[in-house]
Design a protein around this ligand. Structure first.
Ligand SMILES: Nc1nc2c(ncn2[C@@H]2O[C@H](COP(=O)(O)OP(=O)(O)OP(=O)(O)O)[C@@H](O)[C@H]2O)c(=O)[nH]1
Ligand SMILES: [Mg+2]
Length: 421
């Protein structure tokens, strides 16, 4: 099927002092636009210290861009910042085509890529909440947008444009999400109960998180050179060199100015990040904007309440670098290429060393008739005190969490008390 590309003009705006950031952000916007099936036919940056309240870029610049839009037969103008409802209204009246902002573009991509029921509900909720205050007057601005980028909901649906229906749909989405979340919590509680440590892959979009999940666990997650390839979390079992088993979860990537509505809507998906025992922060070391990307990820982690979790920073794509620059600079970091088998061995070892290993203290009671389990028990725990009465052995023991997670269930069945620290 031939995909209809929409012609887009990108517009950046900000102080002259932020010139470098504005340029790189616009470049990123261009990648986002391509991911959303737009063809970029023009770009423009307006440097000004104070943004114009109604038009953002100033009336003269608007006129200039209107001419450019006509000349290039543009279908849409994309602003590289979030526009207020009144700004959208003002700009739409002037331009001969659609006007959307960075947030709307990201939401559009999310809608296109969401696969699971939960992912779709989360995106739709974020889109509708974003839309609601922007529908002004009797005729809605969204219906004026026509079709294409900015009007699509998840799963090829068209977004609701009627204000009353939107309110109703928001309620429905929230209700359904609560149900999905209850189910997710159940699963997560089961995982916690199994005492298997949880590791979450986090990082900027396109850093290589899914590639690493696939390479480490033989999962089959789509990994692609495009932004926001992954929206729905995938969890896989991984055995570390110490034979410890862990869960490894891959989830949605972050980006600069990640819309708040997205962070809010994806909160339940992202709780997996918050509950992890270790975060692998995957960084594309070959990206010139690597520092900004690290900062953006750290900001989102803070917003999620996950900044207290131990982090191992994985500088990925080292095969694209001429020299290794990072390892010495950052503590708790490792430099790898996801494509190198040797590097993956190093990474596994490093995860093993970094993953916190707590202790379990407990008491086990083993019947005399099950003597064979007694010897087994000594293999997995340090016995501090023991007592034998007429029909059972009573043991007080300490063991590392990593050994505990390897202890066979039939042995664990004899443990009658335990505490973790
Ligand atoms: N050269 C090189 N490319 C890599 C490496 N790791 C991943 N890639 C490529 O980077 C692109 C993005 O990889 P993904 O694994 O999809 O990235 P992601 O972090 O999951 O991205 P999102 O899901 O979009 O957030 C793909 O084209 C991968 O093949 C690496 O070590 N070296
Ligand atoms: Mg991915």
């Amino acid at each position: 099927m031939e995909v209809q590309l929409e012609k887009a003009i990108l517009v950046g705006c900000g102080s002259n002092l932020e010139r470098a950031q504005l340029l790189s952000s616009l470049e990123e916007l261009s990648k986002l636009a391509e991911t959303a099936n737009a063809e970029v036919v023009g770009e423009s940056i307006q440097y000004r210290d104070r943004l114009d309240a109604s038009s953002v870029i100033g009336k003269g610049k608007v006129e200039e861009l209107v001419r450019l839009a006509e000349e290039k037969e543009a279908d849409l103008i994309i602003f590289d910042r979030e526009l207020s409802p009144s700004q959208v209204q003002y700009l739409e009246q002037r331009f001969p085509c659609k006007v959307i902002d960075r947030t709307q573009l990201i939401l559009d991509i999310f809608a296109k890529h969401a696969q699971t029921k939960e992912g779709r509900l989360q995106v739709e909720l974020a889109q509708l909440e974003y839309m609601l205050p922007r529908l002004v007057g009797l005729g809605s601005s969204l219906s004026r947008l026509g079709a294409g980028i900015g009007t699509r909901g998840p799963g090829e649906t068209k977004l609701e444009t009627d204000r009353r229906h939107i309110r109703r749909r928001i309620k429905e989405c929230k209700k359904q999400l609560e149900e999905v979340e209850r189910h997710r919590q159940l699963l997560s509680r089961q995982r916690k109960k199994s005492e298997t440590p949880q590791i979450a892959l986090v990082g900027y979009t396109n850093a290589g998180k899914s590639t690493l999940l696939n390479r480490l666990t033989e999962a089959d997650v789509l990994a692609e050179d495009r932004l926001f390839a992954t929206l729905d979390p995938t969890t896989r079992y991984l055995e570390l060199p110490s034979k410890r088993h862990v869960y490894l979860t891959d989830t949605v990537g972050f980006i600069r100015h990640l819309p708040h509505s997205i962070v809010a809507a994806f909160r339940s998906t992202l709780t997996q990040t918050k509950e992890a025992d270790l975060l692998l922060h995957v960084v594309d070391a070959s990206d010139p904007e690597v520092n900004e990307q690290i900062l953006a990820v750290e900001q989102v982690l803070e917003e999620l309440g996950a900044s207290h979790i131990p982090i191992l920073t994985v500088f990925n794509k080292s095969d694209l670098l001429e020299q290794e620059l990072w390892e010495e600079k950052q503590p708790n970091s490792i430099h790898i290429s996801a494509f190198s088998d040797e590097d993956l061995i190093r990474l596994r070892d490093r995860i093993d060393l970094t993953l916190p290993s707590g202790q379990i203290n407990g008491k086990a009671v083993i019947p005399l008739s099950k003597g064979e389990f007694l010897a087994e028990f000594y293999r997995f725990a340090q016995v501090n005190q023991s007592k034998t009465n007429d029909d059972e052995h009573i043991l007080w023991f300490t063991t590392e969490l990593r050994k505990w997670s390897q202890m066979p269930q039939e042995l664990k069945d004899y443990v009658v008390e335990k505490t973790e620290d």
